[in-house]
Design a protein around this ligand. Structure first.
Ligand code: C2E
Ligand code: MG
Ligand code: MG
Ligand code: MG
Length: 292
């Protein structure tokens, strides 16, 4: 960009741009250190069966506990990790930690659930992704059916045939594949046609204000029907109110995830939630009145 503007364009040297580049270099360097110093941790958010109210999964969401800046959300550092390739190491750490945790829950005698792990598109460019996942499952002793991989439509940008082959292999191992943030990409229907999937996660953008935007309700309903016609399970993300829950139930959505039930919490708090499921069920009071 700078070159296009001409050699003598002073804008290239403005402090604003320099600061940004510097900030990025510092961040990149700190990410390396964070890995070495074990400053990453996972939070977990419950995913519920809408009809039974039971927790059927936990989504693992990475956090960075930085000494200087406190708890940092993934949006602040995952993009840089992707650009630098650090995502490969971070991604493997996430996978291993999530699988270990799920194995611990099973060993504690809790009813088995799936742990859902977000994979970046970039990780699908890794030739040995399947090998890495197989290795982690083997080492942690978690059965593949208790692992779910969340991908986004952005994986459609790269070598599609290779990506599809990888997804088929993962599925044949018994791992579940779900399409995250469904509906907001540029190629949602095309993705449905090409990618082998088990589940769609309806993006929270549609859930957020469907009450004031009648179009959203129609879109959510159509996504649920389309997904079911393709033999997929549907889960709504970002469910924050009883009203949203009620609507999702009326259109036969299969699952919910969101602040209404629980925000992402530490591993310890997630363990407590799993241990005390019956205490949290009153939130889903419709369970007492009908369908059961
Ligand atoms: P995502 O996978 O779509 O995760 C859902 C995000 O929505 C999470 O943000 C979660 O905290 C937030 N959320 C959950 N319920 C609600 C709700 O009811 N209302 C609202 N407003 N938000 C809700 P978070 O944890 O900041 O993660 C952001 C994104 O970062 C994730 O979006 C995912 O794309 C990415 N990410 C997180 N962990 C990882 C990871 O381990 N690896 C990779 N590659 N990406 C990750
Ligand atoms: Mg996700
Ligand atoms: Mg999502
Ligand atoms: Mg998202």
């Amino acid at each position: 960009k700078a070159k296009q503007k001409g050699r003598n364009n002073y804008q290239v040297y403005t402090p604003a741009i320099g600061d940004k580049a510097l900030e990025r270099m510092v961040l990149e360097n700190n990410l390396y250190k964070a890995l070495q110093r074990a400053e990453f941790l996972l939070h977990y958010q419950p995913q519920l069966d809408i009809n039974t109210g039971k927790i059927v999964g936990m989504e693992a969401l990475i956090r960075w506990q930085s000494v200087e800046k406190g708890l940092i959300r993934p949006d602040q550092f995952i993009p840089v990790a992707e650009e630098t390739g650090l995502i490969f190491q971070i991604g493997e750490w996430v996978l291993r930690t999530a699988c270990e945790q799920n194995k611990l829950w099973q060993q504690a005698g809790l009813p088995p659930i799936r742990v859902a792990v977000n994979l970046s598109a970039r990780q699908f460019q890794q030739q040995d992704l399947v090998k890495t996942i197989a290795k982690v499952l083997h080492e942690t002793g978690l059965k593949p059916e208790y692992l779910e991989i969340e991908i986004t439509e952005s994986i459609a940008i790269q070598d599609v045939d290779f990506t599809i082959a990888v997804l088929h292999t993962l599925r044949s191992m018994g791992i579940h594949i779900s399409m995250d943030d469904f509906g907001i990409g540029y190629s949602s229907l095309w993705s449905l046609k090409r990618f082998p999937l088990d589940k769609l996660k309806i993006d929270r953008l549609f859930i957020h204000d469907f009450i004031s935007h009648p179009k959203d309700a129609a879109i959510i309903t159509a996504i649920v029907d389309l997904g079911h016609a393709l033999n997929l399970k549907l889960i709504a993300e970002g469910v924050e109110t009883a009203e949203q829950l009620k609507f999702l139930r009326s259109i036969n959505c299969d699952g919910i995830q969101g602040y209404f039930f629980s925000p992402p919490v530490t591993a310890q708090a997630a363990t407590e939630i799993l241990n005390n499921q019956t205490k949290t069920l009153p939130k889903l009071d419709y369970l007492k009145t009908d369908r059961l």
